[in-house]
Design a protein around this ligand. Structure first.
Ligand code: FAD
Length: 393
């Protein structure tokens, strides 16, 4: 293959081959199963939020940017329900912490119990730190989308609007490599490890989007003829030429392989977040209202978490932000930059791209939240876990 990747993944303790093997055998088939189950099939998104950074581009009129809507009654009752209680595992319910309730309890609590409650309040403040601003799922305009009938693939979104989004991500919000250093590999090495991590994760996300559009490209008449498909049919399939244009070292001034490796970096980061959150994920109900399917999701998730344990230490988040003087400030800077990038997704001028951009940036933001939450929040104490994620529904 013209650009078969080889060797190690920078700043990670494993090689491309190890990741390929582990993914192909263990992760990919299990994710395929989960993706088809209702809990993971429907995603709620608000397409109508204003772009906070510039006057909105005129909406993309390309046919393939359109998102097929999903009638509400197709979405399982349990997913539509606004009663969040049904998503909680009873064993996990934290003590109540609202100020009003605290006041009420204050009057009756002993000093030691009150101190414990205050600790919960403080802990909740740490937990409240979010890495995303993609819109509240309860916003009126938010709608459910069926991801299976709106797959991520080529849409034709390109040109100044798409470039402005990527430029804005890299130039304004990313800790980017120094342009004065002409060799991109050298430029990255000159950055501190936290800034490299930030750049690599976003570049990996960019690679993921562009690999998807190459894998699901609008087939030419010739490609359809070769695949014995009817000429009248609109069909999607892999486009090697498009992939080469974007990732062949000879066609990308040498940058292509590095961009592909950034996707592996992002993969390892997210794998580690899943492993770390395993005690939390294994307790979730994944409630849709369909008893049999919900049980099947719980079993499949636990099975996935079990195999992830066999991949030791994919990514070491402890080496990030550990400088006693600058670590906390840098982490906050990192978080603010990241939130800004999640807001940029409201400026994407193609609804299909916006859908997948938001979903993926929410996934990455969730992974970062998990990675930068102290380990002890994932160890049960008196039957409770301190960690919790905002309900996605
Ligand atoms: P672009 O991908 O637009 O890249 C701009 C510049 O960034 C390049 O010239 C290069 O210098 C640099 N660059 C490229 N890749 C990387 C990388 N991995 N790391 C670092 N730098 C890089 N199109 C679709 O067809 N389907 C989609 O679902 C889709 N989703 C999108 C979602 C978002 C959020 C955005 C912003 C765009 C999306 N697009 C999608 C458009 C797509 O990503 C490209 O912008 C478009 O195909 C034009 O590509 P291009 O070759 O001009 O370079």
């Amino acid at each position: 293959c013209f650009c078969q990747l080889k060797g190690g993944i920078d700043d990670c303790p494993c090689s491309v081959d190890t990741v390929d093997y582990f993914n192909n055998i263990n992760v990919y088939p299990r994710l395929q199963t989960l993706m088809h189950l209702d809990f993971f099939r429907y995603y709620k998104v608000n397409f109508l939020r204003d772009c906070p950074f510039w006057v909105d581009d005129s909406k993309c009129s390309v046919r393939d940017c359109h998102v097929k809507s999903c009638p509400v009654d197709h979405v399982p009752e349990g997913i539509r329900s606004e009663d969040k209680q049904i998503f909680c595992d009873i064993r996990d319910s934290p003590p109540s912490t609202s100020n009003e309730e605290l006041g009420r309890l204050d009057a009756t609590l002993s000093e030691s119990a009150r101190q414990e409650l205050l600790q919960w309040v403080a802990h909740d403040d740490v937990e409240a730190l979010s890495y995303c601003d993609i819109g509240d799922n309860m916003e009126n305009e938010a709608e459910f989308v069926d991801l299976l009938i709106n797959p991520e693939r080529f849409t034709g979104y390109r040109g100044p609007s798409a470039h402005r989004i990527w430029r804005s991500i890299y130039e304004e919000n990313c800790f980017k490599p120094d342009n004065a250093v002409s060799n991109p590999f050298e430029a990255l090495k000159n950055m501190c490890i936290e800034k490299r991590a930030f750049y690599r994760a976003l570049s990996g996300l960019h690679t993921s989007i562009n690999v998807h559009l190459c894998a699901g490209f609008l087939m030419t008449e010739r490609a359809k003829a070769l695949a014995s498909l009817s000429a009248n049919k609109v069909a999607w399939g892999p486009n090697l030429e498009e992939f080469r244009k974007r990732f062949d070292p000879d066609m990308t001034e040498g940058y292509g392989p590095q961009r592909l490796k950034n996707l592996y970096y992002l993969y390892l980061l997210e794998l580690r977040a899943l492993s770390k959150a395993a005690p939390y994920l294994a307790r979730q109900q994944f409630y849709t209202g369909n008893k049999d399917e919900d049980e099947s999701v719980r079993l499949s998730v636990r099975d996935l978490l079990r195999v992830l344990r066999s991949f030791p230490d994919p990514f070491d988040e402890k080496i990030l932000f550990n400088d006693p003087t600058s670590g906390t400030v840098l982490r906050e800077e990192f978080r603010q930059h990241f939130i800004n990038i999640t807001r940029i997704m409201d400026c994407v001028g193609c609804d299909k791209c916006k859908l997948w951009g938001k979903l993926q940036i929410q996934g990455l933001g969730t992974a970062l939240k998990i990675l930068f939450t102290p380990d002890d929040h994932f160890s049960p104490s008196r039957g409770h876990l301190k960690f919790r994620l905002r309900s996605l529904l």
